[in-house]
Ligand binder design. Structure first.
Ligand code: ZN
Length: 170
């Protein structure tokens, strides 16, 4: 049973993907519908739980009917908080999080991007006051679109596209 459990820090890839896909975790979180290639960014956003002793299972580049290719991350023993799910929406806007207890899904949390972001994104306009005077004018962005994700700078109105947002955070 435990053989399918992997911590992928060492880049080993000998496990059978199918085994990892079907292996159920007793307690923790299953984060599905992550854009392909973003699993590591998701772990980073969660504070790299693998470095704090949590067991991680990762599946990358799985075929998905909805998304083409996707990544899946399972973290044993860690319940992703609502706040983390919100932040997750920024790098994995279509992610869904299942909270598992005793092998059963007890809650589903969909990633919902926050309406306002303070001090998280950086404006791309070099003349923006938040770029020139970071201390007196911390960055503030308002959600301006969900699919694809877009945020607009409070100060200068510059809009960041999903790709830019993901690259700043991922
Ligand atoms: Zn700006």
């Amino acid at each position: 049973m435990g053989a399918a459990t992997t911590t992928r820090k060492d880049g080993q890839s000998s496990d059978d993907h199918t085994t990892m896909l079907v292996r159920k975790i007793p307690d923790g979180s299953v984060i599905d519908h992550i854009a392909a290639g973003k699993a590591l960014s998701v772990l980073r956003l969660l504070g790299n739980p693998q470095e704090n002793g949590f067991t991680i299972a990762m599946v990358m580049n799985v075929t998905s009917s909805k998304m083409g290719k996707k990544d899946i991350v399972k973290v044993e023993g860690l319940e992703v908080s609502q706040e983390q799910v919100q932040r997750l929406a920024l790098i994995a806007p279509r992610a869904s999080v299942n909270i598992v207890r005793s092998y059963r899904v007890v809650a589903k949390r969909n990633a919902v991007p926050p309406r306002t972001l303070r001090g998280i994104l950086s404006c791309t306009s070099p003349t923006c006051v938040s770029v020139r005077e970071r201390d007196s004018a911390p960055s503030i962005f308002f959600l301006s679109g969900r699919s694809p994700l877009r945020y607009r700078c409070k100060y200068c109105g510059t809009e960041l596209a999903e790709k830019e947002i993901i690259s700043q955070l991922g």
